[in-house]
Write a protein that binds this ligand. Structure first.
Ligand code: HEM
Length: 463
């Protein structure tokens, strides 16, 4: 998007206002906007979030890092935003990115520490080797659903369902529940507002039901581990942290996979470097997180006092948007590697955040993305885009940077023969013993709890 097309012509010769972060996003994205804003304003630029609602967009790498690393100056709590304090924005109904929920992401100080410890502790107990096998099995199951067709949409058919199925498995539930959660999440991000509202309520039931079930019958899973943490979170609090893991982890992982596949399919130098092992999958992911960040902009931080940053006066209560993509394009930090074009020092990207809120799930996110990309690469022979790469469409969001669809073609292959029932790593957890992976069947003794009733409702919709 250019500033001119985003703002429209300035009325009656008035200077153009700040660019809009609402309304339709141009299909080509906003790449050129960052340079224009940097030229016009320096490392901190004003933008309009909603009609009449302004925020500062951080364009400079160092300005972004400074804000992320100084929680005593910049709060994560949306309720500190002047627009909320003065009643112009309702954080319970604002779009998700600017809302407030009782979870670790929106908490500051001691409350943040209290909520984060159970999340970090639960994630640290995940058996990464077993999870790697699970991710690969889920990825292969997804590929089996389309491999015979010789064509697929790698977003809808693969990158979108994979993260939610993996997380559902880490909650100790069979895949049927993951498909349900994926469906509901998709409805929330769809166009139908009425169905979206219902899906929000149903997702709430999924997490409330999950926690109730795990309180009754603990297992070896993320929800049970959060419940048993010494900080003594209530069921309600654990449900909110579990829901956050889904909302925080789903879309960025989807678009990390999608953007990595797009890079492999369209950038000959990168594909060749990866094919002949000059570029490992981990280096490739870091390169993509630098050059094609799954979040381009992240809301938000709120100034706790008047402060000067990047030469701009910020007032207490102002909102600041973290500009990942603009930061990575900051001329002060751009460097390229000659043979592959891979950005050197790419692990210094900001994609997992920095400071106290930095993502507690980096390793899991990398594992899911790396395993997913590798599975596609290994199983789909002759993989190539089905449309001219110029025609690939972006998600219409100022925050997410990813593709709405990635249609591909490949040589049709055979689904894998169903392996003999593999030992289930969750077999020790009675709550996971219902149904084989993918069957989605609910055993009679569980069908009457909240989660079971939700599952029955969802199955009835699917006929
Ligand atoms: C490629 C995938 C991912 C990316 C790029 C990513 C990125 C981020 C970023 C930038 C933050 C910091 C937000 C802020 O400072 O305001 C964050 C926080 C968080 N992420 Fe991730 N994330 C990913 C995957 C995941 C997954 C898979 C999970 C859970 C299983 C997860 C759970 C969380 C949680 C709970 C927080 C809040 C931490 C806090 O506020 O202390 N993320 N993530």
């Amino acid at each position: 998007m250019t500033t001119r097309s985003s703002d429209g012509p300035p009325p009656c010769g008035r200077p153009p206002g700040p660019p809009r972060f609402y309304g339709p996003t141009p299909d080509t994205g906003r790449d050129s906007l960052w340079d224009e804003l940097r030229e016009r304003h320096g490392p901190v630029a004003p933008v309009e979030l909603e009609p009449g609602i302004r925020a500062w967009l951080l364009l400079g790498y160092h300005e972004n890092l400074t804000v992320l690393q100084n929680p005593h100056l910049f709060s994560r709590d949306t309720r500190r935003w002047r627009e909320v304090v003065e009643g112009r924005v309702d954080p319970s109904s604002a779009r998700p990115a600017l809302s407030w929920r009782p979870n670790v992401l929106y908490a500051d100080g001691a409350e943040h520490t209290r909520l984060r410890a159970p999340v970090v502790s639960a994630l640290s107990r995940v058996d990464m080797a077993a999870t790697a096998r699970d991710v690969r099995r889920i990825a292969d199951d997804l590929i089996d659903t389309f491999i015979a067709d010789g064509e697929a949409d790698l977003i809808k058919d693969f990158a979108d369902p994979l993260p939610v199925l993996v997380l559902n498995r880490l909650y100790g539930l069979p895949d049927g529940y993951g498909h349900m959660l994926g469906d509901l999440t998709g409805i929330i991000f769809g166009d139908d507002a009425r169905r979206g509202e219902e899906a929000v309520i149903r997702i709430h039931q999924y997490f409330a039901g999950l926690v109730a079930r795990k309180r009754r019958t603990p297992g070896n899973d993320l929800a049970s581990w959060m419940l048993e943490h010494a900080n003594g979170l209530s069921d309600h609090e654990v449900a909110h942290q579990a829901a956050l893991m889904n909302s925080a982890g789903h879309q960025p992982t989807t678009h990390l996979i999608g953007n990595t596949m797009r890079t492999l399919l369209t950038d000959e130098r990168i594909r060749a470097a990866h094919a002949d092992a000059r570029l490992t999958i981990r280096e490739l992911l870091d390169h993509v997180m630098w050059t094609d960040t799954p979040f381009q902009v992240l809301p938000a931080r709120f100034a706790l006092q008047d402060v000067r940053i990047g030469g701009t006066e910020i007032r207490a209560g102002d909102a600041l948007l973290i500009g990942f993509d603009p930061a990575h394009r900051d001329p002060a930090v751009q460097r390229g590697r000659e043979d592959t074009g891979v950005v050197s020092g790419a692990r210094a990207h900001l994609m997992f955040g920095a400071g106290p809120h930095a993502c507690p799930s980096r390793e899991l996110a990398r594992l899911v993305a790396a395993t997913g990309v590798t599975a596609l690469h290994e199983r789909l022979a002759g993989l190539r885009p089905a449309v001219d790469p110029e025609r690939l469409r972006r998600v219409p969001s100022p925050f997410v940077r990813g593709l709405s669809a990635l249609p591909v073609v490949f040589a049709p292959g055979e689904p894998r023969p169903r392996p003999p029932a593999a030992p289930d790593p969750y077999a020790a957890d009675p709550s996971a013993a219902d149904g084989s992976p993918g069957s989605g069947e609910e055993p009679p003794d569980r069908a009457e709890d909240l989660l079971g009733r939700l599952f029955t409702w969802w199955r009835s919709l699917r006929g």
